[in-house]
Design a protein. Structure first.
Lengths: 313, 534
């Protein structure tokens, strides 16, 4: 178990280093932040002064090591646009984003998994077709289209809910539903597939043949075995809690991490973009680590076969 | 525990909500695309169209401009003004004007507004010359960022000093003659601010996000990239504002802004493209107001491009634009085609017999043949929708150019710095030109003269035009200034084109039909009682 955990932690650390490096390189390839923030009108000496102030006049590899060294000391840099610490700017926005993504996650799990199970248990029935039709519609409609549609119906036509902003809990309802529906649809599809695969296994037939009640077969044998792909997807969803609402936040004018990221990318505010990406990577990696541990709990065989588990992830 | 002191105070505590409830004035929400490009409210830094929308609600200038009326200059924080000579202007300050911090506006506050402390006159020219945009967080204490001086110099190039004659009277002394000084004083850069509040601010950024002015509303909360809340300032000298609270809410998507309006979340939705008018007006409770403003959409040229170096090719560009088709197809004829880069409110300076280059594809082909142009690609750096209808306009332009043989290649860019970047080859690009007061100095000189952006980024220069710019700025003889302006138009629009006008800009605002509010002929929004029908 320690070896299993150790290898996962090592892999997580490597992933974070790769994400940090990738973000650093791509941001520097995508345009000169000095020119973008100072403006093209700025005289060359002013641009050079800006570069010197922010260390952008150093060779890229030196910048990288300074950046990496600062991260290890907990310094994620300052916003070039705002002057404040990037982590402060991001931290200010996290509660707003979690106010959307956590309830949306609850909808995804609470709606998607039961719907997938129900569809699988009623394979080829009207219920199955209806659930799958809704699921396909749910994950094929882009979130900005769904968001606008919900606004048109519930805000403009019916006047039940606000169309955007962040003034009260009511303002969160439509964005949460927008985020939740798409994820629930994905989970329903995966859960159904996993359940169908498991329900076709010999041990399910054996259990039924032995006279085990169908409810017990489903709860005791089918669900635990079908849980692994579902847990994997849920893990990804947990990993995207921090920055998983970029589009929805824009549509609903919700001042979360997603809006901050859009503005920071447009302005090449390097420290802020890097800080968001680092937090996203850490959330995703942590989530995947927990998922790996859950594999072991769900299927004891995997504790000694980490490679197989990883392959499934 | 209940104490006697608490019980004695309780009538006051109970009365407070009652007083608040007695205020029946509405709260109004304005859905805007962007509140401020720089995330500050200090006009020395926020020199944008979007920033124009809010500043006059929290601050004012000595001389006001009637954007909702005849565009004339009118008394603002100065009750009156008179010319001492062509370099000196004397203003009589309005009495009893209060800042939002409760202090009375004094001549010292006016002097502070134009001082080195605020405008950064003591910064070196090397630090600040022609700098657009920098990092407020980099400034030390309350030192303004370098572009403050650049903006201040551009707005007041000849200002020498402010003289406090007495408590009610101040004089602007210019180094050189300037017949446009009154107009310059009406610009947002000259908004009068509280010296005391500035000195109490912890940093320049703190100040720039919560400036203390004399406007009808005071800044309560500014959340960058999200919202700006302004509360009515009931001691406003111009009368109690009719709105209790203004909320500017940043809603980047057009459809979301319209939805916010239609659902009742917002009372106004700004930056509405013409093709959305019908959508808004299907609702009986809403309509779209607005029209042409003192701003023209332009196509500008980089003279350094190997082919655009030849003026004949630039002239071919100007003759292959069907301006009427653009206006008809994209603006429903709401946007007039102007007579060059000028506005009728220039009065005697307006050249009524001037016109934009005529649409003449045959002439364009002739010019290209004469210049020996053989279809070499010319880049067109384009933003995706910074200006309303920007991309459809670009598509019409490119097709028109293609029809005469110009091979213009669109290159999409994310922001203006990328459009203006000296990396790679610049060719043509989009721009707009505003007139902030009633003289061509405010437009053609400000944008294309030696201190203007095109000149400073080395996109277009013309020595004669440079000399004429200075002559127009310092000239005092009306007839001579008129001739100078005429010659500048000839150079910049015909002989050696720096730009070509496309159409006058149109600013459309969707709003509740029952609000008797009038739009202005600029991006500014006026929420004073005088701008609401009773």
């Amino acid at each position: 178990m320690i070896r299993f955990l150790g290898s996962r932690l090592l892999r997580a650390a490597v992933t974070i280093v790769m994400v940090v490096t990738f973000a650093f390189v791509v941001l520097r390839l995508s345009g000169d932040p000095a020119q973008i923030i100072m403006g093209a009108d700025a005289p060359p000496e002013a641009v050079e002064a800006f570069r010197a102030a922010w260390g952008l006049d150093q060779p890229v590899w030196i910048q990288y090591f300074h950046y990496f060294g600062a991260i290890l000391q907990g310094d994620l840099g300052r916003s070039m646009r705002d002057g404040r610490d990037a982590i402060v700017l991001v931290a200010e926005r996290i509660p707003a984003t979690l106010a959307l993504t956590l309830p949306a996650l609850a909808i995804k799990v609470g709606l998607g998994i039961p719907a997938g199970i129900t569809a699988a248990l009623h394979r080829n029935s009207f219920i199955d077709r209806a659930v799958m039709m809704l699921a396909v519609a749910g994950f094929t409609v882009p979130s900005f289209v769904l968001g606008l549609l919900l606004v048109l119906v519930f805000a403009v036509q019916l006047g039940w809910l606000p169309s955007g902003g962040q003034d009260s809990w009511r303002h969160a309802i439509l964005p949460i539903i927008t985020l939740g529906i798409g994820g629930a649809a994905v989970l329903a599809r995966f859960t159904r597939s996993a359940m169908l695969e498991v329900l076709g296994q010999p041990y399910i037939r054996t259990a039924s043949a032995k006279g085990v009640p169908w409810r017990a077969v489903v709860w005791g044998h089918a669900l635990p075995n079908a849980a692994i792909p579902t847990v994997t997807i849920v893990g990804f969803m947990v990993g995207s809690l921090i920055a998983g609402a970029v589009v929805v936040e824009s549509v609903f004018s919700w001042p979360g991490v997603g809006r901050l990221l859009v503005v920071a990318v447009a302005n090449r505010d390097l420290a802020v973009v890097q800080c968001v990406l680092l937090l996203v990577a850490m959330t995703m990696v942590t989530s995947n680590l927990i998922v790996d541990l859950l594999y072991g709990l769900l299927d004891p065989r995997l504790r000694n076969q980490p490679r197989r588990a990883a392959g499934m992830a | 525990m209940l104490t006697r002191r608490f019980l004695l105070a309780s009538p006051t505590l109970l009365a407070a909500p009652a007083l608040a409830q007695s205020d029946q004035r509405p709260v109004m929400t304005i859905a805007v695309q962007k509140i401020a490009n720089t995330n500050t409210l200090e006009t020395l830094r926020e020199q944008s169209n979007v920033g124009s929308r809010t500043w006059n609600s929290y601050a004012e200038t000595l001389i006001d401009q009637s954007w909702t009326g005849d565009l004339s200059l009118r008394p603002g924080l100065a009750e009156s003004w008179r010319r001492i000579d062509d370099r000196t202007l004397e203003l009589t300050l309005r009495q009893g004007v209060l800042f939002h911090d409760g202090r009375t506006m004094t001549a010292e506050d006016v002097a502070f507004t134009f001082s080195a402390e605020r405008m950064g006159w003591n910064l070196t020219v090397e630090q600040a010359r022609n700098l657009f945009g920098s990092v407020p967080g980099q400034t030390q204490g309350r030192t303004p960022p370098p572009e403050a001086l650049a903006v201040a110099r551009r707005t007041f190039p000849g200002l020498e000093r402010i003289e406090i004659v007495d408590a009610r009277t101040i004089r602007f002394h210019n180094r050189v003659p300037d017949v446009t000084l009154e107009g310059r004083i009406s610009r947002n850069v000259a908004m009068v601010l509280s010296r005391d509040a500035f000195e109490k601010a912890g940093s320049w950024l703190d100040w720039a996000r919560r400036p203390v002015g004399t406007g009808p509303f005071r800044v309560v909360e500014f959340r960058p990239d999200h919202s700006l809340v302004l509360d009515a300032f009931d001691d406003y000298w111009g009368g109690r504002p009719p709105v209790r609270r203004l909320r500017f809410l940043e809603v980047p998507e057009v459809s979301s802004r319209i939805n916010a309006l239609l659902s009742g979340e917002a009372d106004f939705a700004c930056d509405i493209p013409p093709d959305q008018i019908a959508t808004v007006e299907r609702s009986p409770r809403h309509h779209v107001v607005g029209g042409p403003i003192m701003n023209h959409r332009l196509t500008v040229f980089d003279k350094n491009h190997p082919h655009l170096r030849d003026a004949r090719i630039r002239r071919a560009f100007t003759h292959s634009i069907d301006r009427d088709a653009i206006v008809q197809a994209l603006w429903g004829n709401r946007a007039p085609v102007p007579k060059g880069l000028q506005f009728e409110f220039y009065g005697p300076m307006y050249q009524a017999d001037w016109s934009a280059p005529r649409f003449d594809p045959a002439e364009a082909r002739r010019l290209l043949r004469e210049a020996g142009y053989r279809g070499e690609p010319i880049p067109y750096r384009l933003l995706n929708g910074y200006y309303t209808n920007q991309v459809p306009t670009a598509q019409i332009l490119v097709e028109g150019w293609r029809a005469v043989g110009l091979n213009v290649v669109i290159e999409m860019r994310e922001n203006f710095p990328q459009v203006l970047s000296r990396e790679g080859q610049r060719g043509v690009r989009d721009w707009s030109g505003s007139a902030s007061f009633n003289d061509p100095v405010s437009s053609i000189v400000a944008a294309h003269g030696p201190q203007g952006q095109q000149w400073q980024i080395n996109e277009w220069r013309n020595e004669e035009f440079g000399r004429l710019s200075e002559a127009l700025e310092t000239g005092t003889d009306p007839a001579e200034r008129r001739r100078t302006f005429r010659r500048m138009l000839e150079i910049a629009e015909r002989e050696d084109p720096a730009y070509t006008v496309l159409h006058q800009s149109v600013n459309l605002t969707a709003k509740r039909r029952d609000l008797g509010w009038a739009p202005g002929q600029s991006f500014q929004m006026d929420f004073r009682s005088r701008n609401f029908a009773s």
